[in-house]
Design a protein around this ligand. Sequence first.
Ligand code: NDP
Length: 451
Amino acid sequence: MSQEKILKQVEVRNPGETEFHQAVTEVYESVKPLLDSSEKYRNFKIFERMVEPERFISFRVTWMDDRGEVQVNRGFRIQMNSAIGPYKGGLRFHPSVNLSILKFLAFEQTFKNALTGLPMGGGKGGSDFDPKGKSDQEVMRFCQNFMLELEKHIGHRTDVPAGDIGVGGREIGYLFGAYRKARNEFTGVLTGKGQGWGGSLIRPEATGYGLVYFANNMLGTKNKTIENKRCLVSGSGNVAQYTIEKIIQLGGIPSSASDSSGYIVDEKGITMEKLAFIKDLKNNRRGRISEYVNAFPEAKYFETDHSADHNPLWNIKADCAFPCATQNEINALDANNLVGNKITMLAEGANMPCTPEAIEVFLSNEVMYSPGKASNAGGVATSGLEMSQNYMGYNWTAEEVDNKLQGIMKDIHDTCLAAAEKYGHKGNYMVGANIAGFIKVADSMIAQGVI
Ligand code: NDP
């Protein structure tokens, strides 16, 4: 089938799912030369099969809020591809969650998981439930009712969810408790668990730490390091917090953080003490990033105007950028602002935070750019390590897990560069990641026959 036909078919079969179309188009454009030159991938209709989830589950979640009012939400699980291992990927609780967002995430996850070198297929799930402003009891009742249905479809050898936006340690705890009760079994069915009940050391830190390890590898190709580099970070959740932490530990200067209401700029740099404030604010008090300037008046807070055509956060002078909030948070105008300010490197912590037009701006201006499926893979890789530890019934030390994480990020980095060079796109991490991930999954699908 021609390029136009394949992408057209994805649009026709998945109407209105713009994020999914975006993710599919990016991968398709990277692997097209491979499809053109390889009869086996074409004959086995590998790409056509990869864009069709093996299964997706959609269900009603009914729960009661603190006022005794019944609430109805939607729950989903996309089981995208299990050619190389059990489905693996996070759960997102956010009002914007719909099939398009989860399918794009599950599609990306399939290639990301392949890149880690660990035996994990791709999946993603979640709900349009918004944990913001809900009491702990409401979150617990929602999680229990969500799991009442999800438990029928997952298992430690079948599908192993983890956290994502809106799903942190608290939610994983409630979800795990509900699964254990429903199934009368204690297995590693979720990752990101608490350390006393099967969780891996370094899992909470892993996405952010892995991102900065990856970035340092990128800078290393130009004989640079992150030391003394001014770094813009967006988000203030799990990924952003540990990105900031690792930047500080490696001698860089993180100078921003954000949430969906606005962003703070701290020209003096976010220190460990200031980061401790952010962690307490976001993880315990569940407050807004605007409160940062009350504690540290030398910083400035700006509200985000969601109707504006660009985000001024990306117009602050810096050397490196780490978008760690959400999809499509950097458009072409933002990218041009970053380039105008002479940014040298952008590593994605969030999934698909840059629009295709923004990526084009980076690549044509020789900004080192890495896609989330490569640079944020440290989270799922460490989830894979958590699964291994659960299977073994044994825990590695923090140092052991961190060493493995560093090794995996270096391998992913080198794999992307090698694939990019082999297929004529030297230095292009996006093409390299897409091709290397695709080949691993495609060859496994072919070996396992037409099913
Ligand atoms: P969290 O829920 O912990 O934090 C998300 C952060 O992003 C919050 O600061 C949130 O602000 C902000 N945010 C969310 N949605 C929007 C929006 N529409 N506009 C602006 N800001 C927004 O999530 P994570 O840190 O876990 O995830 C962040 C990104 O990293 C996501 O893209 C996720 O898919 C990706 N990722 C996460 C991994 C993990 O291990 N957790 C692994 C790999 C990728 P607010 O509080 O106002 O909503």
